[in-house]
Write a protein that binds this ligand. Structure first.
Ligand code: ATP
Length: 242
């Protein structure tokens, strides 16, 4: 993986009580890259994102843009560094409007001038015209795809340098999945680096620059996404026929 590193993870480990969920994870995300982590259910993909986001304590070293993060669970520190996580649950405020959900995503800039917030909101609306149409509606009234867009849009309001997405395609219809992946590509074009966890290995490998396969809490394979997509072991285990 040869792009200048934005995120460097060395020998990361994490456990739940006595259960070691992740061991010896070495991983990098380069500036402006989409890096994907694929793997079966329970492999530890969500745990990895939680450890990187400071939701869970971890061992090993995490260096973000040259700054080492503490191993402690310190979400505020990671947010301040420029990391954002869109969880699988999407975790929206159902009885708040689309616009207010988005504005909440900019909480770390609450001291900045109003014009900056409006500009950020405008950028999100350009990426997701649907959200503009629905800006006054409660989040609860959105379709699954719109909720995912809102969750991503809210994360973008915090101007992350690395956006971490946990299964953004989960439960969405194929056409919507295509839309979501198109937007992920658009984010890369705008300079946001992306760490993408996906069960949809086919779509993830198609869009990513580099990929890791996580199995039983360890990196089992890695390589440029286009190469992994043609590796017979990956094809057998994750891409199926066709
Ligand atoms: P999925 O795609 O199903 O979310 P995953 O690859 O994201 O799978 P994780 O959710 O990270 O996997 O889970 C990794 C392992 O840690 C699994 O064996 C899981 O049962 C275990 N685990 C996850 N969360 C907890 C928890 N809160 N307490 C104890 N064990 C957990």
């Amino acid at each position: 993986n040869e792009a200048a590193p934005l995120l460097e993870v060395h020998r990361l480990g994490a456990c739940y009580g006595r259960v070691q969920a992740l061991s010896d994870i070495d991983l990098q995300v380069g500036q402006g890259q989409i890096v994907t982590v694929i793997g079966p259910n329970g492999a530890g993909k969500t745990t990895l994102l939680c450890a990187l986001m400071g939701v869970l304590p971890a061992t090993g070293r995490v260096v973000f843009d040259g700054d080492a993060a503490s191993g402690a669970a310190d979400i505020e520190e990671r947010v301040a560094q420029g990391l954002a996580l869109v969880p699988e649950s999407r975790a929206l405020f159902a009885s708040m409007s689309v616009e207010d959900n988005l504005r909440l995503g900019a909480f770390r800039f609450h001291r900045r001038p109003k014009a900056e917030h409006e500009a950020a909101l405008e950028e999100v609306f350009q990426l997701f015209p649907r959200l503009r149409e629905r800006r006054q509606q409660d989040a609860a009234t959105l379709s699954g795809g719109e909720r995912q867009m809102l969750a991503v849009g809210r994360a973008l309001m915090g101007k992350p340098r690395l956006l971490m997405l946990d299964e953004p395609s989960l439960g969405l219809a194929p056409l919507i999945v295509r839309d979501i992946f198109r937007i992920i590509g658009e984010l890369r074009a705008r300079g946001v680096s992306v760490l993408l966890v996906e069960q949809n290995a086919r779509a993830a490998l198609r869009i990513a620059d580099y990929a890791y396969v996580l199995e039983l809490g360890r990196i089992a394979m890695q390589g440029p996404a286009a190469e992994l997509a043609n590796d017979p072991r990956v094809v057998d285990a994750y891409l199926g026929a066709g």
